[in-house]
Design a protein around this ligand. Structure first.
Ligand code: G3P
Ligand code: CA
Length: 331
């Protein structure tokens, strides 16, 4: 199973594109990642008022677009509760795709990535179809299999407002020829029930995301008491293996930190997951010291080496060129 995807592990998944170098979730960020030879590009998905899947990390879009300075949309600003948290801003489900297309992307963390602000205002918010079209075009150009690793964001919330993501995603992928357990696709989610339902509707590979704290929001709603840490136990992993082919884990679930941020010994998560026939993909590795532990300041390559040596099957990276260089040197 998954031979196309796993023949050169660890796979490099470009997190929100090459988001260390371009504003996240733009076609420019995805294309740069592909040019850096990432194996997969990762679009987080939300949806518009007219039911079109678009690539954004949140449905509240003021942090990554120019919507807040657009006078024609000033009256769309509102407060909504998403996954139990009040959010004040502008929401994709209140905009048609035509309106979304008038917006322009901007850098999310200009204080850490000031060089990326040179690209603010240049690029549109891409649809899933545009991401797929880019991948098809670049696959022909490069002769490489380039995978897509879509994440459904806030599925319980979107279901509750009559704009479910999953059916649209599967239909879009099927219409573009993505079918079967060996397709270069991983569908990921932090919630559980939608992945379980997807496992009945599609053979495409599925990924259960596991955070280092908290619990899936659908568990909050249903009253299920299990946390992500419970799902990361040997028993939890066996349960996940009934509907998913991989886990996508916060890096500290595998390499915990002490109170000063120093790395501790690895947990048994990889061996437990592999025993349950689950691949292990780790998120998110980034070059900036801000994201690196004290022992690895100025040495982002060292963090990849640590995780690669532990036997992970894939890594989400904001800097695919760094990830690829470490993988090349490892062989
Ligand atoms: O999807 C896994 C990884 O991307 C971490 O989640 O919050 O960056 O979408 P997030
Ligand atoms: Ca994601």
């Amino acid at each position: 199973m998954l031979t196309i995807l796993t023949q050169k592990p660890p796979i490099i998944i470009a997190h929100r594109g090459a988001s260390g170098y371009r504003p996240e979730h733009t076609l420019a960020a995805y294309e740069l990642a592909i040019d850096m030879e990432a194996d997969f590009i990762e679009p987080d998905l939300v949806i518009t008022k007219d039911g079109i899947l678009i690539a954004r990390h949140e449905n509240e879009i003021s942090a990554t677009t120019d919507v807040a300075i657009r006078p024609e949309f000033a009256n769309r600003k509102t407060i909504k509760v998403v996954d139990g948290e009040a959010k004040n801003g502008w929401f994709t489900e209140d905009f048609t795709l035509a309106e979304i297309k008038t917006l322009r992307a901007k850098e999310r963390i200009p204080q850490l990535r000031p060089q990326n602000t040179a690209y603010d205002g240049l690029w549109e918010i891409p649809t899933l179809q545009e991401v797929i079209d880019l991948v098809k075009h670049k696959s022909v150009e490069t002769g490489r299999t380039i995978g897509i690793y879509p994440e459904t964001k806030h599925p319980t919330y979107f279901q509750s407002i009559g704009l479910p993501l999953e059916e649209t995603l599967v239909v879009n992928l099927q219409a573009n020829g993505y079918e079967g357990s060996n397709a270069p696709i991983f569908i990921q989610c932090f919630e559980v029930s939608n992945l379980q339902e997807l496992s009945i509707k599609t053979d495409l590979p599925l990924v259960q995301l596991l955070n280092v704290s908290g619990k899936p929001y659908d568990f909050v709603v249903s009253g299920d008491e299990r946390t992500y840490v419970d799902l990361a136990t040997a028993e939890g992993l066996r349960e996940i293996s009934r509907y998913a082919q991989a886990i996508g884990i916060h890096k500290n679930l595998l390499l915990p930190k002490d109170s000063e941020g120093k790395l501790l010994s690895p947990t048994s998560l990889i061996s437990n997951a592999h025993k349950a026939n689950l691949l292990v993909h780790v998120w998110t590795l980034r070059n900036e010291d801000f994201f690196l532990p004290p022992d690895l300041q100025g040495n982002p390559q060292g963090e990849y080496e640590l995780f690669f040596n532990l036997g992970i099957d894939g890594v989400f990276s904001d800097n695919p060129d760094t990830a690829i260089s470490v993988r090349v040197n490892k062989k």
